[in-house]
Design a protein around this ligand. Sequence first.
Ligand code: ASP
Ligand code: MG
Length: 417
Amino acid sequence: MALIVQKYGGTSVGSTERIRNVAKRVARFHREGHQLVVVVSAMSGETNRLLGLAREITENPDPRELDVVAATGEQVTIGLLAIALHGLGLKARSYTGAQLRILTDSAFTKARIVEIDDQRMRKDLADGTIVVVAGFQGVDRHGNITTLGRGGSDTSGVALAAALKADECQIYTDVDGVYTTDPRIVPEARRLDRITFEEMLELASQGSKVLQIRSVEFAGKYMVPLRVLSSFEDVDSPSPGTLITYEEDEAMEQAIISGIAFNRDEAKVSVMGVPDRPGIAYAILGPIAAANIDVDMIVQNIGASGHTDFSFTVNRNEYQKAMGVLESQRGTSFEAREIIGDNRIAKVSVVGIGMRSHVGLASRMFKTLADEGINIQMISTSEIKIAVVIDEKYLELAVRVLHKAFELDKGALGPTA
Ligand code: ASP
Ligand code: MG
């Protein structure tokens, strides 16, 4: 008997029929003798609808009240799923985040989980009851309802699995695992049987939307055994999905590159002709950080005649704000000849644990792009990732040729070889 936490995303509970289907899947695991905690998202589109209602009333709704509204989506699906489980003759009880005392900080709309009280869940599990929990939400120490940020149900699932020391946390979604890249762009993309936690972290932060990045960080911190699977497959013959592992085992020895991620959500800002002096990076990025704008890639050119150019990328929806901050600081925090921006860029990243022990991968990437005449605007690397910024209009082409160049379609360099 195992203790399993299952998380079902919005499309998996997108209609009452789909909810019945989830109930059948849960029932199957229950019949096999497992204890189950099931975390659900709101029905797909529902959170957007709820947030939209608030914005119909005012442009800038109070974050505390926004969370009160947004959290209702999940309250509906937990009740419906519990009812569906009862219909199959099973014992089930639904709980909101507040009822379970999923304690968070008070950062409304992006709260962090601080502590989870597992007593209530343990009592239910011990008497054979399936525990159904609302994802995406918690409660702060003053009793205010909080939400964890968009896509936050993944983090709820992982956090509950960590708190309960579950044997496995299964994230059910509308794809059957983690792929070498988005199959909508490259039909030859393959599902990976396993992927290391570090690779998953890179893929999630580079734009692969399979798991919310915070949930991956959380899983790593507590080493939660995590599996991504599809809820759209036959209940009785499920595919194994993709397992996220914490060690590089033998099966992964050949894995050099495991995937290609991309992100269209970024924009580039360049501050041209700034004095090349100590403190200039801080003078430019300090105000950006103070305005709560996240910066991703940063490039500073080698200066000539006492001046240099400084570029960085931000989330596309913070582009205008970043440009505004820089314009307002120009002349006080720093001098600059020109501030220019481009919000039609895209980032493409090649990710693989094998990069640590293989050379020449960056040059293969750059040659592949050069052969297609794709100009690289920025480059950043980590031990297991090479990312480039290119013109958005070449994004799909870049992903396709890189997938081919690294033979991800064949699996020759992949973990599932
Ligand atoms: N319902 C929330 C959202 O749409 C949380 C989630 O689905 O994970 O962002
Ligand atoms: Mg999701």
